[in-house]
Write a protein that binds this ligand. Structure first.
Ligand SMILES: [Zn+2]
Ligand SMILES: [Zn+2]
Length: 400
């Protein structure tokens, strides 16, 4: 089919007509957040909803992921992606459908992503006979550090039929509802975890000369690591090294045996990320040695590549946003140092990751993702579903 502006309007109208259905799904998921690779109930809800919509799917891809398809596999193929995992944060948002699990919260909006993609699936199913190709729906696990996107890709989510283009939406608290934000090229950073164990020799705090103190040594390492960005990186380049967790010791009068430091490293390329990691290792090990300690440096988890948007796909997203939401709805974003495993898909096929405005200060939806009071303006959810529909339909028409 060909979607002119009139039918794009109808995409938004259709999405708004099922807003309650989308919001209800979102709230169900929000009440029962599940961490990476534990998205069993969320996956079950996705599968059950797809079954009710008569949309075929493959379950248990990438452990808890779901891969659905509309169209018979012929013609061009476009993929739409949502992530399903929550975060280990205790929710403090004042919403009636607050997380029912202590210490877990959908603080990154992946509940919204899953519900919006189900909304798009419902709307596209209604148009199935008019689609000029195939649409795949990726409901992936473990975006928050578990590289679920890499696993989906490596288990064949982009193959058979081969995906030619992929789009993903992320709720975007920097942008008001009714707007989108993204950019061409590098949009989100390469990122990786960091863990340093500093070992000394414990003892009585009143006799430090009989111990080797990992606490003072850790303090020196933390401070010195900050000079990698400030003294070694071109001031016009971007990078982040943050130590976010320091653990060691149990008493006020005992020098502990060891300290454990954790943190994150960000850069705008994998190459730069790896260069930072090398310097972190050298500095930690050598400062520890100079202070008679030993440092063991690890980079746990995966080095997420940067999320790189295809120029044409971002152009198309801007056109669609302009038609659906009006001129002025598009916000050209600078690169953001957040990481995102959508990057694994855009390593393989062209695509675009788009921020969906969910900010609405009138209802207190003003906190950033990963904040315990993070809140979403749910009026944005049908907009997200309509954008997904338009991304797919327009792309299939172009690729025909
Ligand atoms: Zn997140
Ligand atoms: Zn996220």
């Amino acid at each position: 089919m060909s979607l002119d502006s009139a039918s794009l309007d109808s995409a938004l109208h259709d999405a708004r007509s099922i807003q309650d259905w989308i919001v209800n799904l979102r709230r169900q998921i929000h009440r029962h957040p599940e961490l990476m690779y534990e998205e069993v109930e969320t996956s079950r809800l996705v599968q059950q909803t797809l079954s009710e919509l008569d949309i075929p799917f493959q379950a248990d891809i990438a452990k808890t992921g779901v891969l659905a398809q509309i169209g018979d596999g012929s013609g061009p193929c476009v993929a739409l992606r949502a992530d399903m995992d929550a975060l280990p944060i205790h929710e403090e948002a004042d919403v009636a459908f607050r997380s029912e699990i202590d210490g877990k919260m959908h603080a990154c909006g992946h509940d919204c992503h899953t519900a919006m993609l189900l909304g798009a699936a419902r709307l596209l199913k209604q148009r199935e006979s008019e689609l000029s190709g195939t649409v795949k729906f990726l409901f992936q696990p473990a975006e928050e550090g578990g590289a679920g996107g890499m696993r989906m890709r490596d288990e064949g989510a982009l193959n058979n039929p081969d995906v030619q283009r992929i789009f993903g939406l992320h709720v975007w608290p920097l942008t008001n509802t009714g707007g989108i934000a993204s950019r061409t090229g590098v949009f989100l950073a390469a990122s990786g975890g960091l863990e340093i164990t500093v070992r000394g020799k414990g003892g009585h705090a009143a006799m430090p000369h009989l111990s080797i103190d990992p606490v003072t040594t850790s303090a020196k390492i933390i401070t010195e690591l900050q000079t990698i960005i400030s003294r070694e990186l071109d001031p016009l380049e971007s990078g982040v090294i943050s130590i976010t967790s320091v653990h060691g010791g149990e008493a006020y009068n005992i020098i502990p045996m060891e300290m454990k430091l954790r943190g994150t490293i960000r850069a705008l390329s994998l190459h730069q990320l790896e260069a930072f990691q090398e310097r972190v290792r050298e500095i930690a090990v050598l400062i520890a040695t100079a202070n008679r300690c030993e440092a063991v440096v690890n980079f746990p988890g995966h080095n997420y590549p940067p999320t790189v948007n295809d120029e044409h796909c971002w152009q198309l997203a801007q056109e669609i946003s302009g038609e659906l939401l009006g001129e002025g709805s598009v916000n050209e974003s600078p690169p953001i140092m957040g990481g995102e495993d959508f990057a694994y898909y855009t390593e393989t096929v062209p695509g675009c990751f788009v921020g969906l405005g969910v900010r609405n200060e009138e209802i207190g939806a003003e906190f950033n993702v990963h904040h315990p009071r993070f809140k979403v303006d749910e009026d944005a959810l049908p907009i997200g579903a309509a954008l997904h529909v338009a991304f797919a339909v327009r792309s299939l028409d172009e690729l025909q």
